[in-house]
Design a protein around this ligand. Structure first.
Ligand code: HEC
Length: 102
């Protein structure tokens, strides 16, 4: 009985932790159009123009960078402007989509 409760609680925690970062990649793709203008449609980036490659980055990294740009913790005027209009859900969704780019 006690074990069942522990397992049930652990499952709830795991689901809650997962949903905190698990965005909707399809919704993220729909939002990626403007990003593609600089980072490229496949997230390959543009070295000459100093637009970093996003392909290969995981969702946690991308989500954290977008939040840091939005808050100003990571100082970049261009990306701050990009992140300014994104909701928490948008950032999670974009992160989930970018994580699928290779
Ligand atoms: C006008 C060009 C431009 C657009 C549009 C743009 N970015 Fe960026 N992005 C940049 C630049 C420049 C940097 C590098 C910032 C720095 O040096 O800190 C960057 C950095 C990033 C990074 C950090 C990458 C790393 O390796 O640290 C992420 C993540 C990112 N952009 C995501 C996005 C997303 C998502 C969008 C669309 C909502 C977007 N960008 C739109 C120019 C752009």
């Amino acid at each position: 009985m006690k074990m069942t409760l522990v397992v049930a609680f652990a499952t709830v925690l795991a689901v809650a932790a997962g949903s905190a970062i698990a965005g909707d990649a399809a919704a993220g793709k729909a939002k990626f159009g403007i990003c593609a203008g600089c980072h490229g449609p496949t997230g390959a980036g543009n070295e000459a123009l100093k637009y970093p490659k996003l392909a290969g980055r995981d969702a946690a990294f991308v989500g954290a960078q977008l939040r840091a740009f939005k808050s100003g913790a990571r100082d970049n005027a261009t990306m701050k402007a990009m992140a300014a209009g994104l909701t928490e859900t948008d950032m999670d969704n974009l992160a989930a989509y970018i994580a699928t780019l290779r």
